[in-house]
Design a protein around this ligand. Sequence first.
Ligand code: F3S
Length: 485
Amino acid sequence: MIRTKQPVSFLDGFDPKRGVITQKGHELEGKSIANEIVELPYSVGSTVGTYKIFESVRYGKAPRAFILQKPDPIILPSMLVGIQVKIKGKKKVRKKIYIEEIKGIDNKLLAYLKREAELANAEKLIKIDSAQVAGVSYKTCGDGGLEFVKKMIERKLKVRVMTTLNPAGMDLEKWEEMKIPERFAERQLELINYFKMLGIEPTCTCTPYLIGNCPRFGSHIAWAESSAVCFANSCLGCKTNREGSAKSLVSALTGLTPYYGLHKQEERNPSIEIDVQTKLRNVSDFSTLGFFIGKVCGDKIPIIKGVKKISIEGMKSLCAASAASGAVSLLHIENITPEIKLKKVKPKINEKFSFGKNELKKVYDELNSTEKVDLIAIGCPHASINEVREVAMLLKNRKLKNVDLWICTSREIKKICERKGFVKKIEKSGGMVVADTCMVVSPIEEMGYRYVATNSCKAAKYLPSFCKQKVFFSDIKNIINKFSI
Ligand code: F3S
């Protein structure tokens, strides 16, 4: 039996081929968990971690069982591939679980949802209005994820609610221009085709709320992209747990999720206060605040004070970073986010932290590891129209200096930016607007890149550990000025 008090980030901190924890600085770093019973509090980082666990089953290197401190929708679906999951200290009490909809629901998926409900003490399975499915890039889901999705087709299933997809591992139309390896492209197109067969539109974006998957205030949803989960809970006032990649697909195919965690209003109260004592000047500054919050909050809910104004771009970066360095799925900003303004939540503060100039600088210092850059990558989470416009304006009459530039966004946003002439301006300076994918989930390490400049803490966190890159982290203006003439 292996025990740890530290949460594990399975996407970039676990090698499924060897069954070894690779998370830098983790007390289990270098240790094999293959065929072991592993006791851990919960998981952090990307929600695609589930498929890394699935992958370890294929290599015979999976743990035998997990014992968790509390239900974690990223680890719980391990039960779908035969790994036992228990909650520490929970006695077996089988109670009747009420189900809001039963007609036509697949038996195996229903059995999984009931088991999740049982472990989480949820008395019912509720209907959801929307799903966002993660684990869409072949790089993140691997053959473990691909096989799982294929099995859903063999079961002749179709999604039952509005469902959108996270970014794929390449631009689905311009992958050759991006120099994506052919074998990777083949597997990626196969996977996208499977999703289409399940009735899912290949939207391939982590900002579904910018292209029409924008559920109303109070809706119950099952979203898996961790940045979008935090955005939906915090900004839209929707209710979702931080679902794992496989779990979000199960919910999309059944239209159901167990009623626990952030679905319950009483579980949405903040317990940590963050006092911002420095001016946040741009999106990357908001991202550093998020990175700090994720580290001090883990999976708890903060209330942020001292922020007077924040743009949608600042908000999506703040949410993405706090979900990447920790597992924050909901944050409130005094006088800004809807649930706190409408007095739907009651702060019950038991810890306080200040975020000043020193804390801001510390994050910039921690994430910077190079001055040399061969790729500038903007758009983590996927860029809005405003962000594409900003880059186009900054590049006006300038040329990139021996670097490639990707602005990562959704195909829908790209189309609008094409009509507005922003894409042409960026291309004229030597850059590209890349749709359907991003710098982290595309195989950039196989494409020869080693040094990436970004304005996103989430990208800066995953690029070294998941893509073998060194990072130059700064704001867009500084990056463009430094690497263009
Ligand atoms: Fe989106 Fe990729 Fe960042 S999926 S949040 S752009 S790591």
